[in-house]
Design a protein around this ligand. Structure first.
Ligand code: SAH
Length: 238
């Protein structure tokens, strides 16, 4: 779990959105949910939409003001659906995530989300160091609040070093010498079963090598193929 990264939801009207935001956070390894004057909380809809992230709802801090929610934070981003005409400093989600991850190693940071109907007020934006806007269809730029939480938390998780998960049983890719031994074994077997004529080899081995090189075989796959070749050789020698 990443620490020191607060997700602050201001004045949320639908408890279902609070639950969905909690779920989005937990999926991305974040846990510090702060609610500023939620309209209805706790609520069964929040618990239902959290589906398994109810620990985040239970641990959520409920505050009376944004100032209280971001107390102690050294870096605060306001998530905004609109590109304001005023020249607020604005960053892209990826840049925000880098800054959030770096800063949170030292001190608490916050990403603040506005009301479903009206977003954040100018006074609330003034409490932020910068705005973050998720690039999208500019004729329809307002995401559901939990969807916006999802996108920004995803970027934070990625910036914190989450790579593509490798399946646990993933074998290593075969090395060139393992492939070379497999190619020799294949050639030897093909000669033995009279599929390849060593006096007239044509392009057969080159084509087969190209096929197996393209497949980026794993070590376990090479072992299976060589097992088949050994069985074929035994069968042919009977
Ligand atoms: N009608 C409101 C939109 C509210 S959506 C308005 O025009 O401001 C609720 C919250 O989700 C927003 O306050 C913002 O924090 C977040 N959000 C929605 N779309 C977003 C986007 N494209 N980029 C960043 N945050 C967004």
């Amino acid at each position: 779990m990443k620490i020191n990264i607060r997700i602050v939801l201001v004045n949320t009207s639908h408890p279902g959105n609070i639950g969905a935001a909690a779920r989005a956070m937990k999926n991305m390894g974040l846990s510090e949910l702060v609610l500023v004057e939620p309209a209805t909380f706790p609520h069964a809809d929040a618990t239902a939409r959290a589906s398994g992230a109810d620990d985040l709802l239970q641990g959520a801090k409920v505050c009376g003001s944004l100032a209280e929610a971001i107390d102690g934070c050294t870096l605060v981003f306001g998530a905004s659906a609109r590109l304001r005409s005023l020249p607020w400093p604005i960053v892209e989600p990826r840049e925000m995530a880098q800054q959030v991850v770096t800063e949170s190693a030292q001190s608490p940071v916050a990403i603040v989300f506005g009301r479903e109907h009206s977003g954040l007020t100018n006074a609330e934006l003034e409490a932020c160091n910068a705005l973050v806007h998720i690039p999208c269809n500019q004729d329809f730029s307002s995401l559901n609040i939990a969807a916006a939480v999802q996108v920004l938390c995803y970027e934070v998780n990625l910036a914190a070093g989450a790579g593509t998960a490798k399946a646990e049983d993933d074998s290593e890719i075969a090395t060139s010498d393992e492939l070379e031994r497999f190619h020799q074994h294949l050639e030897e077997t093909l000669v033995e079963i009279d599929f390849l004529d060593p006096d007239k080899p044509r392009l057969l081995m080159r084509r087969l090598k190209r096929l197996f090189n393209r497949a980026r075989l794993e070590q376990t796959e090479v072992n299976i193929l060589r097992g088949i070749l050994t069985a074929t050789q035994k069968f042919g020698r009977k």
